[in-house]
Design a protein around this ligand. Structure first.
Ligand code: FO1
Length: 307
């Protein structure tokens, strides 16, 4: 059994790679980027996993539904509603159904399970928590939600601090904790460590269970050299005083992982990562196409956990 602690785009590639090779996969997507907008609850990373596994994802953008249109957004703009967050017409259906069911008392994980069944998706998808957790960024323009920083302000303001609002009181999803407990291998996907993985590992029960299973946990570096594969990882890492390199990522995860996979390009960092009591594996970590996704999953199955 494999559990994947996931963010959005990069994570869906790895999940697809595993799904092509094996079954009994559980994905724990991030909820820290969820946002209320137009009275609707939008869960970008959860939806990226669902759309990616349903074959609906707009692969070029890395979010939303392929060939979607933005008619509704245009009319929201005409009516003076905020339109900085581009919700597509098809994507709106997800948020409408989800919000309606939330108001009727269903949980985010029950609603995600409904989407999984409707789209005939194999892997289980269990959001890290059913409670609200939001990544809030302190910037030169005040405190703001991650989506406001990333989308509305195009990640331009200086970042001085990061908090995962609600994470202290939020209860980790018991099924997610149980999946980690029962897994032979737990993979922290190559995702922004702060905004995509941070909110999940801020949940006490998930953190505790990962630490307990440390020898069976592997993280894939989202960085090659000093450059983020995608997104504003570097800015967030700098704000937390982390070195912007795979070593900085390994240090961030140090209590939770016993294994770390990074690019051969970063070979010179191996001794320092090993000194954190972490096994280091070096390979081509780019997943440019379906073959690359499968290659990465096979590497993890055969080389890292060949027990
Ligand atoms: N990212 C953007 O850069 N601009 C957008 O307008 C935008 C809209 C959007 C709508 C739904 C959705 O699920 C994701 C969306 N994203 C958009 C991506 C999102 O901001 C982030 O990449 C993730 O939240 C980070 O994990």
């Amino acid at each position: 059994m494999i559990t994947i602690v996931a963010g959005g785009t990069g994570s869906v590639k790895l999940v697809r790679g595993f799904a092509a090779l094996t079954h009994d996969i559980t994905v724990i997507p991030n909820v820290g980027d969820n946002i209320w907008i137009h009275g609707l609850y939008v869960c970008p990373d959860v939806d990226t996993i669902v759309y990616g596994l349903a074959g609906l994802l707009d692969e070029k953008r890395g979010w939303g539904i392929r060939n979607d249109t933005f008619e509704c957004l245009g009319f929201l703009r005409k009516l003076g509603a905020p339109s900085w967050f581009s919700l597509g017409d098809r994507d709106f259906a997800t948020h409408i159904v989800r919000t309606d069911l939330l108001r009727k008392g269903e949980t985010l994980s029950e609603i995600t399970e409904l989407a999984r069944r409707k789209y005939s998706i194999g892997p289980r998808i269990i959001p890290a928590t059913d409670d609200e957790v939001s990544m809030i960024i302190s910037t030169s323009r005040g405190k703001m939600h991650l989506q406001e920083f990333w989308v509305k302000h195009r990640a331009r303001p200086q970042v001085s601090g990061i908090e995962f609002k609600g994470s202290g009181a939020a209860a980790a999803n018991p099924e997610a904790v149980d999946a980690i407990r029962r897994s032979d291998m737990i993979v922290i996907a190559p995702a922004n460590p702060i905004s995509s993985i941070g909110p999940t590992i801020a949940l006490a029960d998930i953190r505790k269970e990962l630490a307990r299973k440390r020898d069976s946990v592997v993280a894939i570096s989202p960085l090659i050299g000093g450059k983020a594969i995608s997104g504003p990882a570097a800015k967030y890492m700098k704000a937390l005083g982390l070195q912007i390199s795979p070593l900085g990522v390994a240090r961030y995860y140090r209590n939770l992982i016993g294994n770390f996979v990074m690019s051969n390009v970063d070979h010179h960092l191996a001794p320092e990562i090993q000194s954190l009591d972490i096994n280091v594996y070096e390979t081509d970590i780019s997943m440019k196409d379906r073959r690359g996704e499968k290659r990465m999953a096979r590497y993890l199955l055969n080389r890292v956990f060949r027990k």
